[in-house]
Write a protein that binds this ligand. Structure first.
Ligand code: URP
Ligand code: ZN
Ligand code: ZN
Length: 483
């Protein structure tokens, strides 16, 4: 064996037990009591530490062209930041561009960019379906599935979104080919109407971004998406769930036996719509003091009110919410300023702010810190951050748990460390700001391994550019809400 983690506590999605963990090459080869090192084994003292599977961030937008620019972190800087926060696999989004591009062609085009940029941890993709208007185009899903991409996502908003008919057809086809469909659920027509109304009334600040994509705008679309899934018998994965109505609708559908799965994101658990309040009307002082502005928090969907946040936490506790992911899609503050003055120098408004925030380095530390403080169990944190996404996206044959035969994607977690996010000092992406600035975590990863290779030593990134490999997804079929 090459590595032996000695004396730690292994955490799985369902249990916590004292055990040593042995690694040979890229794989976990033994988990058990009193494992003995061989002559050349490197022994890692894990006493007082937790041994966790690396997190799987099922929702990132790296180097994504969006909102008139490209998201700040690319496949190198974004995965480097992920690794330093204990995330060892990311699922990034591929969009069909132009819209008549076949879906597998879109994946190949995107993968060439990713490989060129040099990801440092493993990665896979979801195909964002922007065009499902013909049977021929829908059939291009099959080539993706055969080549190891079984996860698709439709957007009910944006100019690259689909209508309900296309969504229905994608869902129906997914049941025939072993795929899963995710959805960004917001009511586009109502969002458009509200934008016209607010902008007509001269309401241009970030607060109106929230109001135009409020709880009901998201909740209605969640309910509709669930109904479409029920009509087809398909499994549905609602990404970045943010509102109570959506959580309740999913809970009801799951109680009826439908395979509906919810993802939420740390920003919806830690922040509320207060972050969009004008600076003189309740924007939290702690953010203003750090140089953050309401427009820096503009992402879609926006953060919601306290009632929704409570529903999301309850959903995690009672199992209605299956996964946690970041939706990492950061932009520079100068780009966020396009909400005041557009790129072309004309007056901007909340619709001209590139949508998205950072989070890739903060997800696992945040949820583990919440576990360490007793809000949820460590097992639950592992389930939603690693084990469940591995199952949903067909990579549980190699990732998502500390188990013999799986990749040695291992986080050594020190529950005693006190960590404060300081972008300029201890974050590893390409960001000029983060909405997580000054967040305080109880506990932090002190070492992160990707397929047996140390990538984070507790302070710095120590991995290698280009080390990350594409992870093939195997076909999936969910006929009930198994987790
Ligand atoms: O604001 C966000 N999340 N931007 C990325 C696109 C999306 O909707 O996920
Ligand atoms: Zn989205
Ligand atoms: Zn997203």
């Amino acid at each position: 064996m090459d590595l032996l983690f000695k004396g730690g506590t292994v955490v799985t999605a369902s249990s916590k037990f004292k055990a040593d963990v042995a690694v040979k090459g890229e794989k976990i080869v033994a988990v058990g009591a009193n494992l003995k090192p061989e002559a050349k084994t490197e022994v890692i003292d894990a006493k007082g530490k937790l041994i966790l599977p690396g997190a799987i961030d099922g929702h990132t937008h790296l180097a994504m062209p969006f909102g008139g620019t490209i998201s700040t972190d690319d496949y190198h800087t974004g995965t480097r930041a992920a690794a330093c926060g204990g995330t060892t696999t990311v699922f990034d989004f591929v969009l069909q561009a132009p819209k008549d591009e076949g879906m597998w062609d879109a994946v190949k085009r995107r993968d060439a960019i990713c490989v060129e940029q040099g990801p440092v941890i493993d990665y896979s993709y979801h195909v964002g379906v922007g065009n499902a208007t013909t049977p021929e185009m829908i059939a291009t899903m099959d080539e993706c599935v055969e080549n190891g991409v079984v996860s698709f996502k439709v957007f009910m908003v944006y100019d690259f979104g689909v209508d309900d008919g296309q969504f229905y057809n994608v869902l129906a086809h997914s049941t025939e080919i072993g795929a899963i469909v995710g959805v960004h659920a917001e009511n586009k027509s109502v969002n458009d109407c509200l934008n016209a109304k607010y902008l007509g009334e001269g309401k241009t600040s970030a607060w109106w971004h929230y109001m135009s994509k409020n709880e009901a705008v998201a909740g209605e679309a969640d309910v509709r998406a669930i109904n479409l899934a029920k009509m087809t018998g398909a499994a549905l994965y609602i990404v970045h769930t943010d509102n109570k109505q959506g959580v309740e609708a999913a809970a009801a559908a799951r109680a009826e036996g439908y395979p509906i799965f919810l993802e939420t994101c740390p920003q919806y658990l830690a922040m509320t719509s207060d972050v969009y309040k004008d600076e003189d009307k309740g924007f939290p002082k702690k953010y203003a003091d750090l140089g953050l502005r309401p427009r820096d928090f503009v992402c879609s969907p926006p953060m919601k009110g306290q009632e929704s946040q409570d529903a999301l936490w309850n959903g995690i506790k009672n199992g209605t919410v299956s996964t946690l992911a970041t939706d990492h899609c950061p932009f520079l503050q100068s780009e966020k300023d396009w909400g005041i003055t557009k790129k072309d120098g004309t007056p901007g408004n909340y619709t001209t702010i590139p949508n998205g925030c950072a989070g890739i380095e903060n997800m696992y530390p945040y949820i583990l810190s919440e576990a360490n403080k007793g809000r949820i169990s460590f097992e639950k944190a592992v389930a939603i951050s690693a084990t469940n996404p591995a199952k949903l996206f067909g990579i549980d044959y190699c990732k998502g748990a500390i188990e013999v035969g799986l990749d040695a994607d291992i986080v050594v977690y020190d529950p005693k460390i006190k960590f404060e996010v300081k972008n300029a000092e201890n974050q590893h992406g390409a960001l000029d700001h983060t909405v997580w600035e000054s967040a305080k975590f109880k506990g932090y990863p002190c070492a992160v391994y990707s397929r047996g290779k140390l990538v984070f030593d507790g302070k710095d990134f120590v991995g290698e550019k280009g080390y990350g490999k594409f992870v093939k997804q195997k076909k999936v079929k969910f006929t009930s809400p198994e987790f």
